[in-house]
Design a binder for this molecule. Structure first.
Ligand SMILES: N[C@H](CCC[C@H](N)C(=O)O)C(=O)O
Length: 284
């Protein structure tokens, strides 16, 4: 299947890179096979994922997040910044705020303009959920917070959903991400798999490495930074209601977690890389 978009637009947020496809005209999305092919860094364009923009009754667009393995994610913080930059820079206007429909709800996004259009975006990410269908113990209704990870003695984690699931391991060596990430991504406690954050708590923020569901190690993960900051606030390791620096391999995001976890805010840069013509999938 060729996509319904004629052109693709490549963006990244701190090196977490995405292909944006504007499918608002046709209203039809890509399939998993196309996502796997176009994200392939040798046989395709290369990216951590594809962001399809579809028509929306409530927002400027509906964003669907396709991981590099073809799976669909409920939400993507770095990706939403890329989608906002595409939508605003191609709108011919400079709105103070736009809303985008996502799997985590209708989210409000505030662009910050630079010399080349949108340079940074602040997003109201919605709540950090402690009990949700895509988290362990969702059925029993008990949050999985600072608890031993079943089957992994010596590991303690927080399960937090930002719409997509996260297993946050505070004080876990960052170097463990590539060794432990693949197995924990598929931990049976997470029915839809999970993203896994390896977190060092610094005196003024966090340093985080993320093994992402459906992508593996990435340069940055926006929802992962939010989940890690929420876990640090819940554990009273960092203050609530303050902008926290979260350093990832690709650079710094800033996250603010309210004491009631009701509306986590994320702020970070976004960059346009290049555009190209969407080819038909080889062999189809
Ligand atoms: N791989 C993630 C989606 C992308 C999240 C990440 N890139 C972000 O910036 O939030 C998942 O399956 O939940």
């Amino acid at each position: 299947m060729s996509t319904t978009a004629e052109f693709f637009f490549k963006y990244h947020g701190l090196g977490n890179d995405f292909i944006v496809l504007d499918c608002r005209q046709s209203g039809t999305d890509i399939d998993a096979e196309f996502s796997r092919w176009v994200c392939d860094r040798r046989r395709g364009v290369g990216a951590d994922g594809v962001l399809s923009l579809l028509p929306s009754q409530t927002g400027m667009a509906r964003m669907v997040v396709h991981n590099a393995d073809g799976s669909i994610a409920e939400m993507c913080g770095n990706g939403l910044r890329c989608a906002v930059k595409y939508l605003v820079d191609h709108s011919g206007e400079k709105p103070e705020r736009i809303e985008v429909e996502t799997g985590a709800g209708l989210l409000s996004c505030t662009p910050v303009y630079g010399v080349d259009g949108v340079a940074e975006v602040e997003i109201s990410m919605g709540p950090a959920r402690l009990v949700a269908s895509n988290l362990p113990s969702g059925a029993s209704g008990q949050p999985f917070l600072d608890a031993p990870v079943p089957g992994h003695s010596g590991l303690r984690g927080h399960a937090i959903s930002m719409g997509n699931p996260h297993l946050v391991l505070l004080d876990q060596p960052l170097g463990d991400a590539s060794r432990l990430g693949p197995e924990l991504e598929r931990h049976p406690g997470f029915p839809e798999r999970t993203n896994v954050e390896f977190v060092r708590v610094d005196k003024d923020g966090l340093t985080v490495v993320v093994w992402e569901r459906g992508c593996g190690l990435t340069e940055a993960c926006g929802t992962g930074a939010c989940a890690a900051a929420a876990a640090a606030v819940i554990a009273k390791r960092l203050p609530a209601d303050a902008w926290l620096r979260v350093t990832l391999p690709g650079g710094d995001l800033h996250i603010r977690v309210p004491s009631d976890l009701s509306d986590v805010r994320l702020r970070g840069p976004v960059s346009f890389v290049f555009t190209g013509v969407v080819p038909d999938l080889p062999g189809r």
